[in-house]
Write a protein that binds this ligand. Structure first.
Ligand code: XIL
Length: 302
């Protein structure tokens, strides 16, 4: 294939990007996005603060803009994210206990119902585990409602949209030996054993010199897949430039290709200037929309 989406499709996979609604009017941006990618994630527009700015008052304007752009251009959509400790609306940040639990479940139900039938996979819960060596859940207002908040969110999402794959998504879960990776693995194994509805695990995969692509990345992907879930690389970006950056992209793409249940890769933005990494150059296109070495290597590896 001569584009990322066409090359990925040769092995039955997708290649996606995060899209920001306010950039869709930039024709350089939308031309590249439409040409290269066939799976779309809203970078911010489907998050809790965007979709429920006041309690029980839902706003789908920008989420729908991205969804409709994607569907009109023949693409699929990853929903991101139904429940998360971050980017909560102000009214939710100060809630606790049963009221918060019910508000969270209502949010999951309402948003998944609004997008019912249109989402390939939802990140139902994002970033619920702590960094470091504890292997514990991250402390958050949601976690303080009870350890079962994650499975409650998954059950609500399944009831609202039975056709969407339901994913757990996190970062710093790429290294198989990392306590956080093992903790997520144990949760997914438990969910599968008890029949909690989970279909996939997303690996954000934000890499940089402090957090490089681990040599055991493929082991991580294949170990999760062996639990009976799909795995997806959901927010890929790799700090660097030139051939060193390209080589890191090659390692990530090859690891996914080597795991049959690795169903697709999404990069977290189009051009370096679109990246959430303010001064970095972690993506596949430069600020002018030119293909970087990392692009060519990614295309040739797919
Ligand atoms: C980031 C967006 O890219 C930024 O625009 C926003 O200011 C903060 O969130 N993990 C996630 C993503 O799951 O939702 C985050 O996206 C990046 C880290």
């Amino acid at each position: 294939g001569s584009t990322l989406q066409a090359a990925a499709a040769e092995s039955g996979r997708y290649f996606g990007t995060a899209i920001a609604a306010q950039r869709l009017n930039d024709s350089t941006y939308s031309t590249i996005a439409n040409r290269e990618f066939n799976m779309i994630t809203a970078e911010n527009e489907m998050k809790m603060d965007a979709t429920e700015p006041s309690q029980n008052q839902f706003n789908y304007t920008n989420g729908d803009r991205i969804l409709n752009w994607a569907l009109q251009n023949g693409k699929q959509v990853r929903g991101h994210a139904l429940a998360w400790h971050s980017q909560q609306p102000g009214w939710m940040q100060n809630m606790s206990g049963t009221a918060l639990r019910n508000a969270m479940l209502n949010h999951v139900t309402q948003v998944a119902t609004h997008y019912k039938g249109k989402i390939y996979a939802w990140d139902v819960v994002n970033e619920a585990f702590a960094d470091g060596s504890s292997g514990a859940r991250r402390d958050s207002n949601l976690q303080r409602t009870g350890n079962d908040w994650i499975e409650a969110a998954f059950r609500a999402a399944r009831a609202a949209d039975p056709g969407a794959k339901l994913c757990y998504n996190d970062y710093n879960t790429d290294d198989w030996t990392h306590a956080k990776t093992q903790a997520v693995y144990t949760m997914v194994r438990d969910f599968k054993a008890r029949g909690v509805p989970i279909d996939c695990v997303g690996f954000q995969s934000h890499f940089n010199p402090q957090s490089p692509v681990p040599n055991n990345y493929q082991t991580t992907l294949s170990s999760f897949a062996a639990l009976g879930v799909d795995v997806q690389i959901t927010e890929l970006d790799i700090e660097g430039s030139g051939s060193a950056q390209a080589e890191n992209y090659r390692k990530v793409v090859q690891a996914c290709l080597n795991v049959s249940r690795c169903t697709g890769i999404t990069v977290w933005g189009v051009r370096d200037t679109d990246s959430w990494r303010a001064s970095g150059t972690p993506l596949l296109f430069d600020g002018s929309g030119n293909k970087k070495a990392a692009y060519t290597t990614t295309l040739n590896t797919l």
